[in-house]
Design a protein around this ligand. Structure first.
Ligand code: HEC
Ligand code: HEC
Ligand code: HEC
Ligand code: HEC
Ligand code: HEC
Ligand code: HEC
Length: 292
């Protein structure tokens, strides 16, 4: 009696596991279920039980639309270009046939699946862009949103070591060895197929990947952090006493400071470039600080 009960329970659990992992076949009218149409994406109708989907639910990408709308900054429809999937396609005319206007009032998607995947793509994993440039199309300082009061973070610029003032290009060494760049650390996968706390579709990176190639990275990062935050404090002091905020020297020093600060607080994605940016800013002291 007892054994039968256990066998039944095990059987039911097995059926449950199998059905959870089965994805229904693609119906004739693909657009109706939103495989190739991010207007209001319905990827969850088939993918909701997958690890990728569940991890995405823990990621900040899921909050991107809410945070934009509830944020303290001045918003405009064009912000949706990076904060809501479907906006760009709609704007370029691709989805106009769907009638409605996508605006801050009608947008429904966040940084959701269809920003990065569409079944109509011929790339691996149906990616909409080359994985090398996927993340950097949005994760950059220049968001074309001047005047809105927000400074976006600088991971792209820091990682590729570019666009700072007065310093030559200095890409992170990682940009050469990590073929898919940001994805290497931020979507690192746990092979056990469980819902991860970092990596995968949480898009979170931590320092546990470093030991694959480095020894004592914790100590080195700590050292970088100290050196860089010290230099940042020095540059900040100079910026604070500046009188001519329109001068090129001030603007250059401020740009470099913001770039370093906008990257995990101390230029984490490229500490060598971060130091070069701050060193250059320090050379501008005489031009920024008025003579007594
Ligand atoms: C009607 C069901 C259905 C819907 C809706 C659907 N998919 Fe799929 N998807 C599938 C099936 C079945 C597969 C596996 C076969 C294949 O690769 O085409 C798949 C595969 C994928 C893969 C490839 C996974 C891999 O291992 O590389 C991605 C990525 C994906 N879908 C994303 C999406 C996104 C994004 C949406 C919404 C815009 C979506 N899907 C909507 C059924 C669906
Ligand atoms: C080029 C792509 C892009 C555009 C356009 C864009 N953003 Fe963002 N936004 C991002 C990315 C990437 C992040 C996450 C990391 C960061 O802060 O840079 C973000 C984060 C945010 C956040 C949450 C973080 C915070 O600091 O509170 C707010 C709010 C925000 N953006 C507001 C806006 C507003 C307002 C606009 C339009 C005026 C806008 N964004 C346009 C890419 C963009
Ligand atoms: C910001 C971009 C981005 C978003 C948003 C995104 N993905 Fe992905 N996804 C990727 C990338 C990049 C890969 C390939 C990862 C790799 O090569 O290691 C991938 C891989 C996958 C895979 C195949 C392998 C795996 O990791 O399981 C599936 C399935 C998938 N995504 C489904 C989804 C679904 C469903 C959503 C929405 C909940 C989603 N993705 C949202 C970027 C994204
Ligand atoms: C379509 C634009 C877009 C793309 C593509 C994109 N992101 Fe994001 N990302 C955002 C926005 C917007 C946010 C801010 C969400 C929020 O907090 O409101 C964000 C947040 C994040 C965060 C959290 C940042 C924090 O401050 O906590 C990480 C990490 C991240 N993205 C990594 C990635 C990686 C890795 C990729 C490439 C696989 C990627 N993103 C692709 C727009 C994008
Ligand atoms: C796939 C191997 C690999 C992984 C994983 C890796 N690195 Fe590296 N890293 C390298 C190589 C190769 C160099 C260049 C040689 C050197 O300077 O040691 C480098 C250089 C560096 C440098 C020197 C400055 C620079 O940008 O050139 C820092 C800092 C660094 N890595 C930090 C990290 C951190 C932090 C992690 C984990 C989040 C990490 N690395 C993960 C391979 C790796
Ligand atoms: C060598 C591994 C590695 C690579 C490559 C990498 N990151 Fe990171 N990233 C990290 C680590 C580790 C952190 C966590 C920093 C922390 O916790 O202080 C991080 C933090 C972040 C954050 C959150 C920053 C914040 O201010 O809180 C974002 C967003 C981000 N990375 C985006 C990117 C983008 C975009 C790329 C590609 C241009 C990229 N990362 C490449 C390891 C990496």
């Amino acid at each position: 009696m007892k054994i039968q009960l256990i066998l039944w329970t095990l059987g039911l659990m097995l059926i449950g596991i199998i059905t959870i992992h089965q994805i229904p076949a693609i119906p004739a009218n693909e657009d109706q279920v939103g495989q190739n149409n991010p207007f209001q994406e319905k990827c969850f109708t088939c993918h909701a039980e997958e690890v990728a989907y569940q991890e995405w639910h823990q990621s900040n990408h899921k909050q991107a639309l809410v945070n934009l709308i509830e944020g303290k900054y001045e918003t405009r429809d064009s912000c949706l270009g990076c904060h809501s999937a479907g906006y760009t396609q709609f704007n370029s005319g691709e989805w106009r046939t769907h009638g409605e206007q996508i605006s801050l009032k009608t947008a429904v998607n966040a940084v959701s699946c269809s920003f990065c995947h569409l079944h109509s793509s011929t790339r691996e994993h149906y990616l909409t862009k080359n994985p090398k440039t996927l993340c950097t199309t949005c994760h950059k300082m220049d968001c074309g949103c001047a005047g809105a009061g927000i400074i976006h973070q600088s991971q792209s610029e820091m990682f590729m070591g570019r666009l700072g003032a007065g310093v030559k290009r200095m890409p992170s060494k990682h940009s050469k060895i990590m073929k898919n760049r940001c994805i290497y650390c931020h979507m690192d996968k746990d092979t056990s197929k469980t819902v991860a706390k970092h990596g995968g579709h949480t898009f979170k990176a931590d320092y546990s990947t470093c030991v694959r190639c480095h020894e004592n990275m914790d100590a080195r990062i700590q050292q970088y952090r100290e050196t860089i935050t010290n230099k940042m404090a020095q540059v900040k002091q100079i910026l604070n006493v500046a009188t001519n905020l329109e001068s090129k020297a001030y603007q250059d020093a401020k740009l470099n400071y913001d770039m370093v600060k906008g990257d995990a607080g101390f230029g984490m994605h490229n500490p060598l470039y971060a130091q070069a940016l701050l060193d250059y800013a320090l050379t501008l002291e005489d031009q920024i600080v008025p003579a007594e």
